[in-house]
Design a protein around this ligand. Structure first.
Ligand code: AMP
Ligand code: GLY
Length: 423
């Protein structure tokens, strides 16, 4: 088959690496891709939101299967457009991607179907939100309804901060139209776990668990980022937690979407908080997490393309999803200054080392080719992933591999996976 992947980050690099290994793949393309992806797939400079150009490209290259990796095109309806053109596509349609695209929608869905989540209210009017806050308990969480690059969540410690938050989201529109509506929800405490799953509209099969580190600095300090590193599996995701989530969260979510006339096909990412009252949903995403995918997919034993086709065909119940009985850690190498301001175009050295070592991966997020050399081209530059027999070994291996790579303003967290020491 000819396969096209849509996206340009570390997630799309690992998806392309898996697709390249599949016996089902003849020719692999990626739009827009990045320098690392261009080593396994033919990249074309078409933006992920240029739907007409993507459809035309897919027709021209006789693409048999498209995999959409990113949230924006999913929420915007790229899957609908490709399917309307007769092209098989992996990912939720627009009416199902709303599970990620609107936090107000997802909260209402959870309430209606009794799926455990934080107590909340939705607001379309800033004045009403401000009035509600007068009698609220703090800390409290404000969330812009729509997509905001993972930045539309504000945790406010007191009324003053919360009032500023309402202003930022609803009046100043810092996150654009994402802030036309807002969720105000109860602050929860506990361990966070990410669980990714394959869904075919009816059947759901979860992948091995993972945990992200969203803050820029060591010890969870500094600004929120797209993710500074991940580990998988999470030792806090026990058999009991899994059984609870299977019963009260995973299948109920898939059934709820079906009952609403919005059958979900693709990947559902469950952001969970393990609270004292049991696991609760923090958020849903309608796609693989990044960098979660970078520690989950390298541990998957199945052929990714076979699983993806089963999701499209509605035959996921026949797939025996299996993961290696080991662990993986991903440390993101970023540009100093990320997520605010940073330099680009700096030469990267040492990448050839990864070809010599089994179980080590360097997934590109923000790189480009300058002639024949790789240079930095974004805040998150590379995801350095290593496997190990257990989490400690995987972490030691990943940090050792971060030393192979050199670029001038290289920045990383030094405590990815440190929480596992507490187990
Ligand atoms: P989200 O994009 O909804 O996952 O939110 C981003 C981050 O904000 C989460 O990973 C949590 O660390 C934090 N967060 C979101 N909602 C809550 C909540 N209700 N209570 C505590 N922390 C939260
Ligand atoms: N790592 C979190 C996300 O992909 O949204």
């Amino acid at each position: 088959m000819n396969i096209l992947v849509v996206g340009s980050g570390g997630r799309e690099h690992v998806i392309c690496s898996c697709a390249a290994k599949s016996e089902k793949t003849d020719k692999l393309y990626c739009v827009p891709g990045n320098a690392g992806i261009s080593e396994v797939a033919e990249c074309a400079p078409i933006g992920a939101m240029e739907f007409d150009r993507i459809v035309a490209f897919a027709k021209e290259k006789e693409i048999d299967l498209v995999i959409v990796g990113m949230d924006d095109p999913l929420v915007g309806g790229l899957v609908d457009e490709l399917e309307a053109a007769g092209i098989r596509t992996f990912g939720p349609k627009k009416n199902a991607a709303i599970l990620e695209g609107s936090k107000a929608f997802s909260k209402d869905l959870m309430k209606k179907y009794n799926i455990p989540t934080a107590a909340y209210e939705n607001f379309t009017d800033a004045k009403e939100a401000l009035r509600y806050l007068e009698t609220a308990k703090f800390p409290i969480v404000l969330k812009a309804d729509g997509l905001a690059l993972g930045k539309g969540v504000l945790i406010c410690n007191n009324l003053e901060e919360a009032k500023d938050g309402v202003k930022t989201i609803m009046m100043d529109k810092k996150f654009g139209s994402a802030g036309n509506e807002m969720v105000i929800e109860e602050f929860m405490t506990g361990r966070e776990v990410s669980v990714l799953s394959f869904v075919d509209g009816t059947t759901i099969k979860t992948m091995t668990s993972a945990q992200d580190h969203k803050r820029a600095g060591d010890g969870d300090t500094g600004l929120n980022t797209g993710g500074m590193g991940t580990f998988s599996p999470s030792p806090f995701y026990t058999k009991e937690v899994d059984e609870f989530c299977e019963k009260y969260i995973y299948q109920p979510t898939v059934d709820a979407m079906k009952a609403e006339g919005r059958p979900f096909k693709g990947v559902i990412f469950f952001g969970l908080m393990l609270t004292e009252d049991g696991p609760k949903v923090l958020e849903y995403n309608a796609r693989f997490g990044d960098p979660e995918a970078q520690v989950v997919l390298p541990r998957m034993k199945n052929d990714l393309i076979e699983v993806v086709e089963a999701c499209i065909d509605g035959t996921l119940d026949q797939v025996d999803l299996q993961f290696e009985n080991n662990a993986a850690v991903c440390v993101v190498l970023a540009s100093e200054g990320y997520p605010v301001a940073y330099e680009k175009g700096i030469p990267i050295h040492g990448l050839e080392e990864f070809e010599k070592h089994e179980g080590y991966y360097c997934f590109h997020a923000g790189t480009k080719l300058d002639g024949k050399s790789f240079v930095t081209n974004g805040g998150r530059v590379l995801g350095i992933t290593a496997k190990g027999a257990d989490l400690k070994e995987a972490r030691a291996n990943a940090y050792a591999a971060t030393e192979w790579v050199q670029f001038e303003n290289k920045y990383m967290r030094h405590d990815i996976g440190k929480a596992i020491d507490e187990v």
